[in-house]
Design a binder for this molecule. Structure first.
Ligand SMILES: [Zn+2]
Length: 216
């Protein structure tokens, strides 16, 4: 399966034409180094050969972990329109029927931002359920009055889920907060009662999902 394409792209700074290697699929088991580059933001970058300017090329990207069995599809700047969204989800399901067996159920996701892709990888790598993590996040943020900006799961430490918090457009985390694993387990029960989806569809699990599950 072809995983990369070569594209001619003009530098946004000096307009010089550059050839860039772009990855469309990251299979972690086949290319573990690509995962690292994803986290250090070293893939799908244009580094201009003339002026050295670095810019990220946002293209749709698959992330497939065939051992832990999760699949995340990043679609940057996708118009959030309910009708389009539904079409996209069912197309993806059909397209991947042959590659993704039932072991992937409940771990097939679509994200629209690069940082969401990274967060999902961290969540699934930690063997957590992202539906529950989103639930923990929204409850903690409401309690801490951290509703502006964004929060992202970082790691598990001392039996607590640690989240980074970013003020509005900040790229660096300014605060962090944590949620005890016991609370995670409580929310897990709540969500498994409410969300009886069998999980063979691609899903968007984000803050809106958490609000639907826990705030209504
Ligand atoms: Zn340039």
């Amino acid at each position: 399966m072809l995983q990369q394409i070569i594209k001619k792209i003009n530098c946004p700074n000096c307009s010089e034409e550059n050839e860039v290697i772009l990855w469309e699929k990251v299979n972690v088991d086949m290319n573990p180094d690509l995962k690292e580059k994803l986290f250090t933001e070293e893939i799908n970058n244009l580094v201009c050969k003339k002026c050295g300017f670095v810019s990220r090329i946002d293209i749709p990207l698959y992330y497939n972990d065939t051992k832990r069995k999760f699949f995340i599809y990043l679609i940057p700047d996708f118009p959030i329109d309910k009708k389009e969204e539904g079409k996209l989800l069912s197309n993806l399901r059909e397209k991947t029927l042959n590659i993704l067996d039932s072991g992937y159920n409940n771990r097939k996701r679509i994200v629209f931002e690069y940082y969401n892709l990274l967060e999902k990888v961290l969540i699934f790598d930690a063997q957590l359920d992202d539906r529950v993590v989103e639930g923990c996040k929204i409850l903690a943020r409401t309690q801490l009055k951290l509703l502006e900006g964004r929060a992202a799961f970082d790691k598990i430490e001392n039996d607590e889920l640690v989240f980074n918090f970013f003020e509005k457009e900040d790229l660096e985390a300014t605060k962090n907060f944590s949620v005890p694993k016991a609370m995670y387990n409580e929310i897990k029960e709540l969500i498994s009662e409410k969300d009886i989806d069998n999980g063979d569809e691609f899903r968007i699990i984000d803050v809106k999902y958490a609000v639907r599950m826990l705030m209504n």
